[in-house]
Design a binder for this molecule. Sequence first.
Ligand code: HXC
Length: 257
Amino acid sequence: YSFEFIETTVKGNIAVIELNRPRQLNSLNRKMVCEIVTAMEMFDREEEVRIIVLTGKGRSFSAGADIDEMTGDDPVSLELLNQFADWDRFTLIKKPIIGAVKGFVLGGGFELALCCDILIAASGTEFSFPEAGLGVMPGAGGTQRLTKLVGRTKALEWLWTGERISAETALKHGVINKVVAPELLMEETLKFANRLAKQPPLSLRLIKDSVNKAVDYPLYEGMQYERKNFYLLFASQDQKEGMSAFVEKRRPDYQGK
Ligand code: HXC
């Protein structure tokens, strides 16, 4: 694959996807979104890759959707373009996605960040949904994912005003997992990624699947779903490895099978 707007690297079990339009603060054009999700799907299928890291080159993670690209849109062209079909593909990625963000995380950039499972932000990062100020609103899951994360009270406040939310405030409201010094962003992210990469991949995968169901399903249905995934893990070699390593008092070596 050769990508125009992103760069990808694999080190050991960790794949890193970098948004690579730094002069436009990684504002997201449609091809770029397609490239990001295509790279994720590619790494999702690659056996050596256990964790996917998403980050951006330059001073900002992403200043949102490319406004120049949207100015001429009308409802019919948007319907025919069906750009959100690419955004739907993020939902199907099974491996853990860690977002490492800094600078501006705005609009579609914030929505992209919310597609990650774990978010680590450099101090000084500013999150916001500025769409209302442009006469529109989020369209790639912003109103849905933010509300499920922080509840309707804060979601309405942030979405209506477009105010900038600091990394500390985002942490307080459970939008992100960690705030780190800017110069340590990648180091801390890779440290976390490596820690996750030592866990049995199938467990991580089915935990993600079950936790996502917890967001969407009523409790009883969610618990039935969880149970099937729990049973499924007993068919894995890693379950046997994990439990025998415990009994034999040694370190487990997980193969992801
Ligand atoms: C297109 C953008 C852009 C964007 C920045 N740029 N954001 N181009 N779309 N979203 C470009 C600028 O035009 C400029 O290009 C260059 O990036 C650097 O930006 P500056 O404005 O010079 O930098 P600065 O003064 O530091 O201000 C940074 C900023 C500001 C506060 C982030 O750029 C800004 O307000 N951007 C727009 C943010 C926004 O409204 N995003 C939401 C988009 S709507 P030149 O060529 O002049 O150097 C959205 C809807 C999602 O995301 C819908 C679902 C997909």
